[in-house]
Design a protein around this ligand. Structure first.
Ligand code: ATP
Length: 536
């Protein structure tokens, strides 16, 4: 991982935010190469999920045809949105501080224990020590405990899927390097939303929040979209944008940041079809990552245990990737696909009667001490009437929610490769190459004159100007051509085009493939179409 981090900095993929002032934890800036990578990633998502979706065709494995549209909502929304969505009351992490070391720990739901920044796992060095740990954990009644030997003399203790609520007692989750429970403060709940105020006075009534997810903008616009476009259920609304979470322990490079981008879909369907659509989106989203280059072996689909599911959900699965900063066998979440039932739309209505219930049962919202819904909803009817059957119902929602920064990090990790390639004299030399999918690569092609004379730079510059109209290309005439190739390999540029002596006679150039190293000659006039084919 250290090598990847250093390449990202050295080549301008990622910088720490406000670095010259010492940086701010959990905030990252994308450099000239990084910004192109992330833009390409978001464009690929938008194109594959929204703009290129053909609603007249039934995609493979989909129950029926469907429509997809997009939205771009604001980061700051009406404060009531977050009360009705549950974020105001429930979007908490649990934290403790060590009174001696002043170290802060966040409760990690997956590992089922307190974790400090950068801390990954419990190390034990002997089997006896491992058994002791295991006994202790069993004695304290922990579930889902698994002991795994990494190699003969290094054992790792892992706990899976243990939520804070399941553990209940803080004694069960002693931070690994805390001397005793007495050194830890009581666990505190910490709301992850960033607060801000509206207007000049900035009183308590003006408090609002930076959105911690893009999804709510979609829910509150559901009616607007249905009323103004011709969408019919089933359909999906997609959005890409910034989200903010005041993470207690930002760590692992961009993996857990405080400002990040999400690519979210809310897919609205009939309740009777929701399970099929859940299955469809799980499969489709997993395939998207492999098609763009993540290897099957490094990806898993982790179904949430029944105890982990929200009361309204019939299923949630996370697509997880074996990030190199995690211990072997551990995975980090790239995307969650959740069946959210009708929870969100109902929450944004107001204590309305259930239109499908013959008894007119009130909907299941949290009530205050007076038996009224705890937070006032919008009062708007967010149900849907099927134009053919006239059936009125509250759509169920399938939510594939991905992180653009985590995906970019996964693609960077997957792409990082060290291999050996022959130099000009045929001797094998080590090289570092970022094997990014051509759609994601920041620079699509680099153009080199072999030498800076005989008119070669002029021809190369003409080619550069022509290609620049179609894609992001780079011109380089500095240093030996071998060195120029290496520089582009590190940047992940899939093709290098070289103008040489033959070009002067036959108007052809060589085009070199980053991964296979194959070089073919091709007419300058055919370059645009050739590259177009190779990159698509
Ligand atoms: P985690 O359990 O890792 O905190 P989460 O389950 O809270 O993640 P979701 O609320 O499901 O995450 O958000 C959807 C996606 O947004 C995640 O799969 C992830 O890709 C991205 N994401 C969430 N929090 C962060 C963060 N702090 N930094 C970067 N990306 C994030």
């Amino acid at each position: 991982m250290d090598k990847i981090v250093s390449l990202c900095k050295r080549r301008g993929f990622l910088f720490q935010s406000s670095e010259i002032y010492g940086g701010v934890q959990g905030f990252w800036d994308y450099g000239p190469l990084g910004v192109e990578l992330k833009r390409n990633l978001k464009d690929a998502w938008w194109q594959d999920m929204i703009s290129s979706h053909n609603e007249l065709l039934v995609p493979a494995n989909a129950p029926t045809e469907f429509e997809m549209v997009g939205l771009d909502c604001t980061i700051i929304m009406h404060p009531q949105v977050w009360k009705c969505s549950g974020h105001y009351d429930l979007f908490h992490d649990h934290m403790v501080d060590c009174k001696e070391s002043k170290k802060r720990y966040r409760f990690d739901q997956i590992r089922g224990r307190w974790c400090s920044r950068g801390e990954q796992r419990i190390f034990v060095t002997t089997m006896a020590e491992a058994e002791q740990e295991e006994d202790e954990v069993r004695r304290r009644g922990m579930k889902y405990f698994k002991l795994r030997a990494k190699n003969a003399d290094e054992l790792t203790i892992e706990k899976e899927s243990l939520t804070f609520d399941q553990i209940q007692e803080r004694e069960l989750v002693l931070a690994p390097d805390a001397k005793s429970l007495d050194t830890l403060t009581e666990p505190r709940e910490f709301n992850l939303m960033f607060k801000t105020t509206l207007g000049a006075l900035g009183g308590e009534a003006d408090v609002t929040f930076l959105r911690p997810e893009t999804a709510q903008g979609i829910f509150v616009n559901f009616k607007n979209v249905v009323d103004t476009s011709r969408v019919k259920i089933p359909f999906g609304i997609g959005q890409v944008g910034k989200s903010f979470r005041n993470e207690i322990t930002p760590r692992n490079f961009t993996f857990r940041s405080r400002e990040f981008e999400q690519m979210e879909i809310e897919f609205f369907c009939h309740p009777d079809q929701s399970k099929q659509w859940y299955q469809y989106w799980r499969d489709r989203r997993l395939k998207w990552y492999t098609e763009l280059g993540l290897s099957d072996e490094a990806l898993i689909m982790r179904e949430h245990h029944v105890e982990e599911l929200a009361h309204y959900s019939v299923g949630t699965a996370d697509i997880e990737y074996a990030f190199p900063f995690l211990p072997e066998g551990e995975y980090g979440e790239l995307e969650g696909i959740a069946h959210r039932g009708d929870f969100d739309l109902r929450s944004h209505m107001e204590g309305k009667l259930d239109p499908n219930s013959p008894e007119g049962e009130p909907m299941q919202v949290e009530l205050n001490e007076h038996g009224k819904p705890k937070y006032k909803g919008s009062g708007k009817d967010l149900s849907y009437r099927d134009p053919i059957t006239n059936e009125r119902f509250i759509p169920h929602v399938i939510e594939p929610s991905a992180g653009a920064d985590r995906a970019a990090l996964a693609f960077l990790c997957e792409a990082y490769t060290e291999d050996k390639v022959p130099d000009d004299k045929g001797e094998l030399q080590e090289r570092t190459v970022m094997k990014l999918h051509p759609r994601l690569a920041p620079v699509k092609a680099a153009i080199f004159p072999l030498v800076k004379k005989d008119g070669m730079p002029e021809i190369a510059k003409d080619i550069y100007s022509e290609l620049k109209k179609h894609m992001n290309v780079f011109y380089d005439d500095k240093g030996a051509v071998g060195k120029r190739y290496r520089r582009q390999d590190e940047a992940g540029t899939p093709y290098c085009i070289t103008v040489d002596t033959d070009t002067l006679n036959d108007k052809t150039v060589t085009i070199r493939d980053r991964d296979s190293l194959e070089q073919v000659r091709i007419k300058i006039d055919d370059l645009v179409s050739e590259l177009g084919d190779r990159l698509s």
